[in-house]
Design a protein around this ligand. Structure first.
Ligand code: TXA
Ligand code: MG
Length: 310
């Protein structure tokens, strides 16, 4: 406990001084900086090698602070009450008087916001008098990190501190919903689209191509381990890594279980970790068993599809 407290103090110290640090969230680890500071936010873009045109998500601990920066509406309140804190990001209208650095939004009039549920990050956020801008803590287009070690693998000594919050529980990024006009799902993620539809009494679907421009980070080359991925494979080649979701009688050296019982939560949690392990073992290609296309399975298939594009 004492250790956690001093680590939160340390994190606060770095953030107060416009430094970037790694922070844990329930989805993936983030590369965090003071969202009101041009200096901190430019550092995030530099470290990640992220195009300046791709805006960041801003993380809040409470509604009061969020209201300083954006306009809210009824749908937002409904979804927030149901799913937050948790893996849901909202696109809202930025207020004119907001202090959010212009680099966060690349000058756009909209802002992506979320309330992460990870205990340590909530503690950290509530100790700050500014919100935190945090993209996933990986080099642009690469695999998102789900542990302190993964963040270290991405940035080494280039960042001063990583707040260790253990393995990310969900293992996939947040779902993004645009609430500016008619609600639109811009990214599949940790909250199932079916649950959002139930709450809003709606029939939202995810149309990736159509909305590519409104969420620039949703381009094809994303989440990539840098080697080809084949989807819906029944029998793999012996030389390729095989990611499985249910137990087989045979077990080979190239078998990597995401789950042994088709559990979608477990598959999501293990996905990025397993991609990293396979990459480290220098396999030249990856085959994946068919993953059901419902609930979290939609998000998992989406990530693998993007990762499989060369
Ligand atoms: O789970 C998550 O959301 C993680 C953790 C760290 O919170 N963060 C994350 O951030 O995934 P990032 O930067 O890797 O992805 C943010 C996505 C990008 O695809 C970006 O284009 C989109 O959010 N985005 C940000 N601001 C936007 C805006 N104003 N309008 C549309 N899309 C936006
Ligand atoms: Mg990312």
């Amino acid at each position: 406990m004492k250790n956690h407290l001093s680590n939160i103090k340390k994190s606060k110290f770095y953030l107060d001084n416009d430094e970037c640090i790694g922070i844990p969230t329930e989805t993936v680890y983030g590369l965090a900086g003071n969202a009101y500071s041009d200096k901190a936010v430019s550092k995030i873009f530099r470290l990640k090698k992220r195009p300046k045109s791709n805006p960041l998500i801003v993380h809040y601990s409470n509604l009061k602070m969020l209201k300083n920066d954006c306009h809210i509406n009824k749908l937002f309140i409904k979804l927030k009450n149901k799913f937050c804190p948790g893996p849901l990001t909202f696109i809202l209208k930025l207020k004119k008087e907001s202090k959010i650095s212009k680099f966060v939004t690349n000058g756009k009039k909209t802002l992506a916001v979320r309330f992460p549920s990870h205990r340590l990050t909530r503690k950290l956020l509530s100790s700050l008098d500014y919100p935190i801008a945090a993209p996933s803590a990986n080099i642009s287009t690469k695999i998102s990190p789900v542990s302190k070690e993964d963040v270290k693998e991405e940035f080494g000594k280039k960042i001063k501190f990583i707040l260790d919050g253990g393995r990310s529980k969900i293992g996939l990024e947040s779902t993004i919903i645009n609430l500016i006009k008619k609600p639109q799902i811009l990214r599949l993620g940790g909250i199932e689209i079916e649950k959002i539809n139930k709450t809003l009494n709606s029939k939202l679907k995810f149309f990736n191509k159509k909305h590519k421009i409104s969420s620039p980070g949703q381009n094809k080359l994303h989440y990539s381990p840098g080697i080809p991925i084949k989807m819906n494979v029944k029998v793999p080649n012996r030389s390729e890594a095989f990611m499985l979701i249910k137990k087989r009688k045979r077990s080979d050296k190239n078998y990597f279980y995401l789950s042994k019982k088709k559990d979608l939560k477990e598959i999501a949690k293990n996905l990025y970790k397993t991609l990293r392990i396979i990459k480290r073992k220098k396999f030249k290609s990856i085959a994946v068993e068919k993953i059901p296309k419902r609930g979290l399975g939609l998000s998992i298939n989406d990530r693998l599809n993007r990762a499989s594009k060369k």
